[in-house]
Ligand binder design. Structure first.
Ligand code: PHE
Length: 339
């Protein structure tokens, strides 16, 4: 082998090792000058070309070219390695450090609340039913014994489609659909989305969620309703929670009540959240009106039952101490990450 080729190869080995070990860009540049600089190794070697016999020139030239691109590879690799160190600012990774927590997807607080409500009611023997969000007037109002002139039917409160259908304003129409489709006894809960033409503020949203409950059987009484609501309150918020029923009116229940849970923040003593009353309003309930039973073909002389509705957002806001319903719909990850 031509002695020049041997020198080239020796230089390659040397440069490869030093590039690999170079501690910084300056050291790498010094190496580059040592090889390619005006007084460097390569110019010196190429001067020796004149001594090479003509028949070996081709091989020596080729060795030069190959070596040049090899050197280039060494330099590039070293540059990349040094750039990596510079940006991360670390030497080799410390394998003894604890792992970093990374976030994956999770349930939205409303979805979590619905799941938890359903789990509690299932343990009390309710099964889950559902109905359409786009309803007809009959199921949302008429069959629920709502008078023709009831204010909730107003287009200022309810979203109507041009064909007369509407976005359900409550989950109560699911009561009707279930009773139409089966004989009593009935024991269902129906969670779902509802819509009302409300101006959004801290406690109002144009779409929100309710969970409806309906139990129809022989000899069902208000005491059964009260015990189910009380059990739910205990299971959801703890054994200390008391419930309170207040007389109210709904077209589809008689008698009707609004019910409250004792404030889970102050324990009923009175605070700013419960406005010093000691209680937080949850929603409405009552004994199913005989007219509603007749509308679905149930005999009110044999069957009776209770129904209740709960506001999912209200429960969620109580549970997590959220003071603005809009936070639940903005999907700001800084908010959602807390759950
Ligand atoms: N649907 C009623 C509302 O939206 C709540 C309710 C449900 C009342 C069931 C009585 C029985 O306000």
């Amino acid at each position: 082998m031509n002695p020049i080729i041997e020198k080239i190869q020796a230089a390659l080995t040397m440069a490869g090792r030093r590039a690999e070990q170079a501690a910084d860009a300056a050291e790498l540049e010094a190496l580059r000058i040592e090889i390619f600089g005006r007084k460097g190794l390569f110019p010196a070697l190429s001067k020796e070309m004149s001594t090479v016999p003509p028949e070996e020139r081709k091989a020596v030239g080729q060795a030069f070219n190959e070596a040049k691109s090899e050197f280039q590879n060494f330099f590039e690799a070293a540059e990349n390695r040094l750039a990596g160190c510079a940006t991360t600012g670390i030497e080799p990774p410390d394998l003894t450090l604890p792992g970093r927590k990374w976030s994956s997807g999770r349930k939205h607080p409303i979805a979590a609340m619905i799941d938890d409500c359903v789990a509690i009611f299932r343990r009390m023997g309710f099964i889950v039913a559902s109905g359409p969000e786009v309803e007809d007037v009959y199921h949302n109002f008429d069959a629920l014994n709502t008078p023709a002139d009831h204010p909730s039917r107003d287009p200022g409160d309810t979203f109507y489609f041009p064909d007369g259908r509407l976005l359900r304003t409550q989950t109560s129409p699911v009561q009707i659909r279930v009773m139409e489709s089966q004989e009593p006894p009935v024991r269902i809960v129906a969670p779902g989305r509802c819509f009302r033409r409300d101006t959004p503020d801290a406690t109002h949203s144009m779409n929100f969620h309710q969970i409806e409950g309906l139990s129809i059987d022989r000899n069902v009484s208000m005491a059964d309703l009260k015990s189910v609501l009380q059990t739910f309150a205990w299971e959801m918020f703890g054994k200390g929670v008391k419930i309170r029923l207040r007389p109210h009116f709904f077209p589809f229940t008689e008698p009707s009540v609004e019910y409250d849970f004792s404030c889970i923040i102050c324990g009923g003593k009175g605070c700013s959240v419960c406005k010093q009353s000691g209680y937080l309003e949850i929603a409405g309930a009552g004994m199913v009106d005989p007219n509603v039973l007749r509308n679905v073909g149930y005999d009110p002389e044999i069957w009776s039952g209770y129904a209740f509705g709960m506001g999912i957002e209200r429960l969620t806001m109580m549970r997590y101490r959220i003071n603005d319903i809009r936070l639940l719909y903005e999907n700001d990850v800084r908010f959602l990450e807390q759950f």
